[in-house]
Ligand binder design. Sequence first.
Ligand code: HEM
Length: 402
Amino acid sequence: MTAVVSLPARVAHPFSPQGRLDPYPAYDWLRTNAPVHHDTMSRLWLVTGHADCSAMLRDPAFSAAAGQRERAREDDLPVSMLSSDAPDHTRLRAPGQLLLGPAALDSIAADLVADTDALVDRLAGLTGAATGTPVDALEQIGGPLSTAVFARLFGLGEDQLATFTQLARAVSVNLDPMAPPPVARIGRAAMGELNRFLLAHLEQAPPCPMTRLAADPRLTRDEMLGVLGLCVVGGWQPLAEAIGNALYWLLPRPAAWRALAGADERLALTAMDELLRLEAPIPFTARVTVRDVELPGGRIPAGSRVLAVVAAANRDPAVFDRPGELVLDRTPNPHLAFGGGPHFCLAARLVRQAGAVLLTRLAARFPAASLVDPEPRWGATLIPRRLTALPLALAAQDGGAA
Ligand code: HEM
């Protein structure tokens, strides 16, 4: 039987205004004292230990369909693989390989590296070695990287990037399960616009991973749109924010920044994993129990809404030595920032590669980069975990900016 316990008054609830800015004290307390916890405020079960989250994400007794489909219906979001259980899930996920599988990624890898180099060149031009004009990590680095990734996946032309970015930003509010109703309504309307944009684009898109997905007879038109929409809602902003979150950790640590500048591909990917572990852009994901379930940390009754709090699991001292520290070459690193089990992020490899290439290029080009504000503010949105702004002084060392 799971004991009924409450967070002590000194620890801010993770969904309260203060707790949203720094949820880690609450996560630590819960993981230590009540790893499988029924939260009376949200009426959700919060699972915070690594072993429990990992088991939960792999156990079919925790249904993604029951957990997400309710919300998808309310929000008019397309039914997608993320809101399905096997065998539907298996059927919907398989064609997703055409968009995000190894062959698809290989087909865009070289262009994406060129896009990243162009982005870093642009930043060098913007910054100017002498002036050191601040750039914003989200607006000018993370956002453009994420847009470049989708442009390659979807075969978007230069003239479509501004509209796509605007739509991607607008649909991103659908990520936050606790967005206020007026905000959720705007996100719902934006989803319709994104679908219309993608359908019109498909009529004349050049061959690319998206056109190969669209030609797959295993998916209906709505299912195909569901996959694309899920990728934009679940991917554009988390990837953009992951870059800001990573720079927030890296720049105050000159030794780590230097190590990244000279990193080979293996260390760069390892570092990207560590940065995602420390500041998971998607801090939790929801399921509903279809029967009573016994996890290592406690029992959850049938019909419960449960969050796997992966951001808490990622700092579990039972699994990670010095869990609150950045250890650039941490290996192994079984973090859960990409989830786990059958719904493991389909774009994990793409995200790791795109982030690793960008961060190493930035570190090499701007060795003296620093945060303009040493204490930037975290945003109040629950998903993604993000900074409200992250102004950077990128000034390269003498002569290094051009
Ligand atoms: C830093 C960026 C990202 C993070 C942290 C992230 C994280 C996650 C997580 C935690 C899940 C599992 C959710 C669950 O189990 O309920 C997931 C699923 C998924 N992600 Fe990502 N994601 C990122 C970027 C992307 C991008 C860029 C794309 C597409 C281009 C993408 C596509 C997907 C898809 C299609 C799924 C559903 C897989 C399934 O249900 O089988 N993600 N992601």
